[in-house]
Design a protein around this ligand. Structure first.
Ligand code: UD1
Length: 382
């Protein structure tokens, strides 16, 4: 590489939560001109509604390469991505591999890049749930340990990374790039009444629901894979649907588990609107206008915080503590009885207000690209 060559960056995405993080970074790379960014899609998520619709709405370019690995066990999926990525990286020899988030595609990519001694930048570094039962926690630990640039969303992440022995010079607090995407698309958010009507609800009913509803998403293995746990949570939600309508956007694995466990009776009832995974614009509108959000997602904890919507997180821990300390998030635990109690409290209390965390300001992508540029400028001078 000479100083006139563009910096070749391999940008890796695989699963739905990666797309909204990568889109603003790719845009800044394109505008900058000093980078040749290539987008590689592992194919971890492949359904139109988990994948293609996000590319289209977020203005993501067609991937330069799609590895089409599909689903499998944790190991199968990771291994398939690794084998195909090794070939791609050997052929292209990127100057940098850019990773976002904590999905299996992130883990596979960092292992391959590190073995080929290609520098890695990790966006969303230093978040920890301290719960190794979550596959993502293993992915986070390994990715951060092997990354050369650690780009963080909140200040506490730096102390965590330092405590794990990461050099301070490698850590850069850049803010939250997923929030860049929230702010950039708020005007295009689709009102939930339209979303429900488009999924077959009567227009009048959809308008009534839109006035006051709970938005629910649950897809973590810890909540949906065990029929007893899933049934317990769904029973609480079924009872809730008699007080406030529920809009439940269902991840394909959740729908499959509900059907396999014979629990469809709990969601198939008036006041309970189970819909397939929504597009980005639909989900943004559904979140913004919700009375309350019930979720086990990582991203939604952050999105509700910037949108000022109360969020009940159905997990025993969160890797995003700032959403509790400063935002609108409450950690409920995973017991169905705890959810029942938290719902009663949240729905009778005044709407909880929070503040928007530092540097969740819509400009994280510019800072990320700035850090990468400075990294290569310093290398030139070595
Ligand atoms: C993955 C991420 C998780 C993230 C979530 C968002 C890991 C370890 N987990 O979990 O952090 O919150 O994405 O959605 O990477 N499936 C489909 N169609 C698809 C994709 C998946 O039907 O397009 C089904 C398959 O049955 C598959 C299952 O969903 O086996 C799980 O998919 P997978 O990518 O393994 O993990 P997620 O649960 O989606």
């Amino acid at each position: 590489m000479t100083h006139t060559d563009p910096i070749r960056v391999a940008c890796i995405v695989g699963a739905r939560p990666n797309f909204m993080k990568m889109a603003p970074i790719l845009k800044v790379f394109r505008e900058h001109g000093g980078f040749a960014a290539r987008l590689i899609h592992t194919g971890q998520h492949y359904d139109v509604e988990m994948n293609a619709v996000f590319f289209q709405q977020l203005g993501l370019p067609e991937p330069d390469l799609n590895l089409e690995v599909g689903s499998g066990t944790q190991t199968e999926q990771t291994a398939r991505i690794m084998m195909k990525l090794e070939q791609a990286f050997k052929a292209q020899r990127p100057d940098l591999v850019l990773l976002v988030g904590d999905v299996n595609s992130t883990l596979a990519a960092v292992l391959v890049a590190a073995k080929l001694r290609i520098p890695v930048a990790h966006v969303e570094a230093g978040l920890r749930s301290f719960d190794l039962d979550m596959p993502e926690e293993i992915n986070r630990l390994v990715t951060d340990r092997l990354s050369d640039l650690l780009l963080t969303t909140e200040r506490a992440a730096e102390a965590q990374l330092r405590s794990e022995g990461i050099a301070a010079t490698a850590i850069h607090f850049v803010g939250n790039v997923m929030i860049d995407t929230v702010f950039a698309n708020l005007e295009k958010a689709v009102p939930v009444a339209e979303t429900l009507a488009a999924r077959g609800s009567d227009a009048e009913i959809a308008r009534t629901v839109a006035a006051r509803y709970a938005l629910v998403t649950l897809h973590r293995p810890s909540n949906v894979d065990d029929p007893q746990q899933l049934g317990g949570l769904l029973s609480v939600l079924a009872a809730l649907s008699e007080r406030i309508p529920i809009v439940f956007t269902m991840h394909p694995r959740t729908r499959a588990r509900i059907e396999a466990a014979g629990l469809t009776g709990l969601v198939d009832r008036p006041g309970f609107f189970a819909v397939p995974p929504l597009s980005y614009f639909e989900m943004l509108g559904a979140t913004r206008d919700a009375t309350i959000v019930v979720t086990d997602s990582g991203g939604l904890q952050e999105e509700t915080t910037v949108l000022g919507v109360p969020c009940l997180t159905v997990r025993n821990n969160t890797e995003r503590p700032i959403t509790i300390d400063e935002g609108t998030n409450t950690l409920v635990g995973s017991a169905p009885s705890a959810l029942e109690k938290a719902l009663a409290t949240a729905l009778s209390a005044d709407r909880r207000s929070g503040k928007i965390p530092e540097l969740w300001d819509g400009h994280a992508a510019e800072r990320i690209v700035g850090v990468i540029e400075a990294y290569f400028a310093a290398k030139q001078n070595e």
